[in-house]
Write a protein that binds this ligand. Structure first.
Ligand SMILES: [Zn+2]
Length: 289
């Protein structure tokens, strides 16, 4: 044993340094979400609104060009995780869950790229949150060609943000879904991977992750459709995490780490990357209800 220690220690230190380096680099940005697994593999539970795509009630908009001022407070993936890492990252998904996912048929197809034109949802919601708190209005747009209906998507996002466990639960923020682009302070874009990259540029989303940049919250449709390993087959829960996390950035929150093993993951932890011993948690204020 003893003669092997120095090598063992050196190897352990090397591995630890490598892991630290990757973690640190991955957290440099404010909030893009690098994924630990390739997207586009297994389909998730299809929801009713995903089965058809009708845009009859919604209006169209074109892909806006990013401006320097808009990208200032943005998320960024500092580096792509190497495909052949010396210390392979094990999937945090339990084997049973992984097997369950692989059996699902691919009923949702998300194209890699779209036209860059969006259909805005024509749904308005109530102002939610404590009266008197600052109000942030948002609209929701879905890229043409995606299998998600704008109105249903907006309604789902609105339900997430209206939950008392979401940001409004602090009493410091009010939110309102609006159908008018003119009234919106923030626009949520559900976009193909390619368009996500364009909307998030110069931030790097690699076609795999989402971002918040300026007054845009850009949700990568692959993530919206398929979730991430940390949430297994719970795509609806992953969507809650994604919406709360990216809105969290818009509200000024930065990334945090898993406080300790077994604890709920803070919503501003990059749960798409893995849970590091924490339990998945999509809410800013999980105990509030
Ligand atoms: Zn983030």
């Amino acid at each position: 044993m003893r003669p092997h220690w120095p090598f063992g220690i050196a190897a352990a230190v090397a591995v630890a340094l490598l892991v630290m380096a990757l973690s640190v680099v991955g957290d440099v940005g404010a909030g893009a979400e690098p994924g630990p697994r390739p997207v586009g593999g297994v389909a998730a539970v299809p929801t009713p609104f995903e089965s058809t795509a009708t845009h009859s009630t919604a209006s169209e908009s074109t892909l806006p060009e990013p401006t320097a001022s808009e990208v200032g407070a943005a998320d960024e993936v500092a580096t792509r995780l190497p495909t052949a890492a010396p210390t392979p990252r094990r999937s945090p998904v339990p084997e049973k869950v992984a097997a369950k996912r692989s059996k699902k048929t691919a009923t949702v197809k998300v194209p890699e790229r779209g036209p860059g034109t969006f259909v805005r949802a024509h749904v308005d919601g109530p102002k939610v949150g404590r009266s008197g708190a600052p109000l942030l209005r948002y609209d929701v747009r879905v890229e043409k060609g995606l299998p998600f209906r704008p109105d249903a998507t907006a309604t789902e996002i609105q339900a997430i943000l209206s939950d008392s466990r979401s940001w409004i639960g602090s009493g410091k923020q009010r939110l309102e879904l609006v159908s008018s682009a003119k009234r919106a302070d923030v626009s949520v874009y559900l976009a193909t991977p390619d368009t996500t990259d364009r909307l998030c540029a110069p931030l790097r989303t690699y076609g795999k992750v989402s971002c918040q940049t300026g007054n845009r919250v850009v949700l990568n449709a692959k993530r919206w459709a398929f979730g991430a390993d940390a949430y297994g087959s719970e795509v609806a829960a992953y969507r809650r995490y994604l919406v709360n996390h990216e809105f969290g950035h818009r509200l000024g929150h930065q990334h945090v780490r898993c406080p300790s093993k077994g604890k709920r993951a803070p919503v501003m932890m990059q749960q798409t990357k893995g849970l590091h011993g924490c339990r998945p948690n999509p809410w800013p204020l999980p105990k509030r209800r």
